[in-house]
Ligand binder design. Structure first.
Ligand SMILES: NC(=O)c1ccc[n+]([C@@H]2O[C@H](COP(=O)([O-])OP(=O)(O)OC[C@H]3O[C@@H](n4cnc5c(N)ncnc54)[C@H](OP(=O)(O)O)[C@@H]3O)[C@@H](O)[C@H]2O)c1
Length: 256
């Protein structure tokens, strides 16, 4: 991901997405930032253009709408963008009792995290294959590794992201496409405003570690100090796991 390449960042105004934008711009990578609201993308884009001298495009699109991935792809083609790096950090968590959850919100979450994300991967993956390679980073969650009551469909969607990502990381190697999946967990609240909790990484640290891992071709990224616990959870199964997952999720997963 050297200077002069172009990164398409979905969720480019979010906590993770905007930090990916800052760190990639600092490397001299040009950006196309995508989210529903245009103004935050434009503000960040202007700041990064001034400080880092990179080109930044902003694109407002609702990625939870059926067909959004095709619209996005058509728009980036229209703008003549060659996407070398795709970062999917759009969306947010959805908590609630399964029987009572807002179905409309749940369907939008599934459309964004499953259907449209898959389409994005195929559209830009084909282009990267033709271009001779590329980099892709998907954001899943620590909730992806086990059934999580209270976040049931969100965790299941993130399991899909995790599983698809790990399979494609292997499959797309032949096309020189490097793919990593960031299993994000709770992070320190914001850029130095909160007293640091020793067990949590900052967003800056998580993104730094993710980009270094992507550079090295590491497929599964579980940020720093959480790694041992998450890997242990992947190995353990049984009737206790859903109850443990619910407790852990309640204490660590950020509610938006
Ligand atoms: N932060 C955490 O603690 C944490 C933990 C585990 C996993 N994650 C995962 O990491 C990803 C990003 O998290 P975050 O903390 O950066 O979230 P965030 O700060 O809420 O940012 C979400 C980003 O996605 C955009 N977005 C949301 N819905 C969209 C839609 N329908 N179409 C297009 N863009 C949309 C938002 O902008 P607009 O609102 O303007 O559209 C924003 O840019 C999510 O997938 C989340 O589930 C986060």
């Amino acid at each position: 991901m050297e200077a002069g390449r172009t990164a398409l960042i979905l969720g480019g105004s979010g906590r993770l997405g905007s930090e990916f934008a800052r760190q990639l711009a600092a490397r001299g990578v040009h950006l196309c930032l995508v989210a529903r609201r245009f103004a935050p993308l434009q503000d960040l884009g202007q700041a990064l253009q001034q400080t880092c001298g990179v080109r930044v495009e902003a694109l407002a699109i609702d990625l939870a709408q059926p067909g959004a991935a095709d619209d996005l792809y058509a728009e980036t083609r229209l703008r003549g963008l060659t996407v070398d790096v795709l970062i999917h950090a759009a969306g947010r968590s959805l908590a609630g009792d399964f029987l009572d959850i807002d179905e409309r919100q749940e369907e939008r979450m599934l459309q964004l995290q499953v259907i449209e994300m898959t389409r994005c991967l195929r559209r830009y993956g084909r282009d990267m294959a033709e271009q001779g390679g590329g980099h892709i980073l998907l954001v899943s969650s620590v909730a992806a590794f086990q059934a999580t009551p209270g976040w049931a469909s969100y965790a299941a969607a993130k399991s899909y992201v995790q599983s698809l990502g790990e399979a494609l990381a292997y499959e797309l190697r032949a096309q020189q496409i490097v793919l990593s999946v960031l299993a994000a967990g709770a992070m320190q609240q914001s850029r130095g405003l909160m007293p640091p909790k020793r067990t949590l990484f900052s967003v800056e640290e998580v993104v730094q570690q993710s980009l270094l891992s992507l550079d090295k071709g590491i497929t599964v990224i579980v940020p720093g100090k959480r790694r041992a616990g998450e890997l242990a959870r992947r190995l353990v199964s049984g009737r206790l796991m859903p109850a443990m997952a619910q407790l852990l999720a309640k204490s660590t997963v950020t509610r938006h």
